[in-house]
Design a protein around this ligand. Structure first.
Ligand code: PLP
Length: 234
């Protein structure tokens, strides 16, 4: 079941890439595993390993957790099986706990948090700046108007490697609205790269419901939960 769903998501991503004239290998897949028990995450990672044995062109999936508490709970069972990203908000007092398990923090939304990560990181730590492209109150991330300045400041901190930008797309039935948000993230990324941070090329955007729109706008990492694991209990 999970294997079939994963294969289906892979097909969707590849088709969206081809439709956009992009190489499917340029779009990686992150499994958003919030609320999913370790055995299902493992099942997905095993299915991914089998798929890659059949098709060596595929790149391995990553795993993303939203809550530090859940990252800490599942970390011991998942460490070494896949790179673990934190994709949800990080409070300063939980930085140490997060860094114990996450190799990448996708949710940097303030200079204060970046400084704390910089101070605590033991090796070069990959980080994304999270941008709130839709402006919705419920969403985390820095305002688009502040993203370039924050990215520049983050990139200058020791111990951090700014790898790109992350966003959660607009909650809208209008594809044009969702897509415009993803296009905005791409243009901010282009500005940041041009302004002197050549490593910041990644665009983490797109989820189960809208990954095609994100890939069309240049996503290099799509974060998929329910399309692989089924609907989450609410
Ligand atoms: C849950 C979540 C996802 C995946 O959402 P689905 O709709 O289940 O694919 C992606 N990114 C973040 C930050 C999430 O919290």
């Amino acid at each position: 079941m999970i294997a079939e769903r994963l294969a289906d998501v892979r097909r969707r991503v590849a088709q969206a890439a081809l439709d956009a004239g992009r190489d499917p290998a340029d779009v990686r897949l992150l499994l958003a595993t919030k609320t999913q028990p370790v055995h299902l995450v493992r099942e997905a990672l095993e299915a991914d390993a089998r798929a890659r044995a059949d098709d060596p062109a595929l790149t391995a999936v990553l795993v993303g957790e939203n809550r530090v508490q859940e990252l800490v709970a599942k970390g011991p069972s998942l460490a070494g099986l896949a790179p673990l990203h934190l994709i949800g908000p990080l409070q300063s007092n939980k930085v140490n706990a997060a860094l114990r398990w996450a190799s990448c923090i996708e949710s940097v939304e303030s200079l204060g948090l970046a400084e704390r990560l910089s101070a605590r990181a033991t090796g070069p730590l990959d980080v994304y700046v999270q941008v709130n492209v839709s402006g919705e109150d419920s969403k985390h991330g820095v305002a688009p108007s502040e993203a370039v300045a924050l990215a520049g400041a983050v990139a200058a901190l020791p111990g951090l490697r700014l790898t790109g930008l992350m966003t959660v797309g607009a909650r809208s039935d209008d594809d044009a609205v969702v897509r415009a948000g993803y296009a905005l993230l791409r243009s901010l990324r282009d500005e940041i790269v041009a302004a002197g941070t050549p490593t910041a090329t990644e665009l983490s955007m797109g989820m189960s419901g809208d990954l095609e729109l994100a890939v069309a706008e240049g996503a290099t990492l799509v974060r998929v939960g329910s399309a692989v694991f089924g609907a989450r209990p609410t």
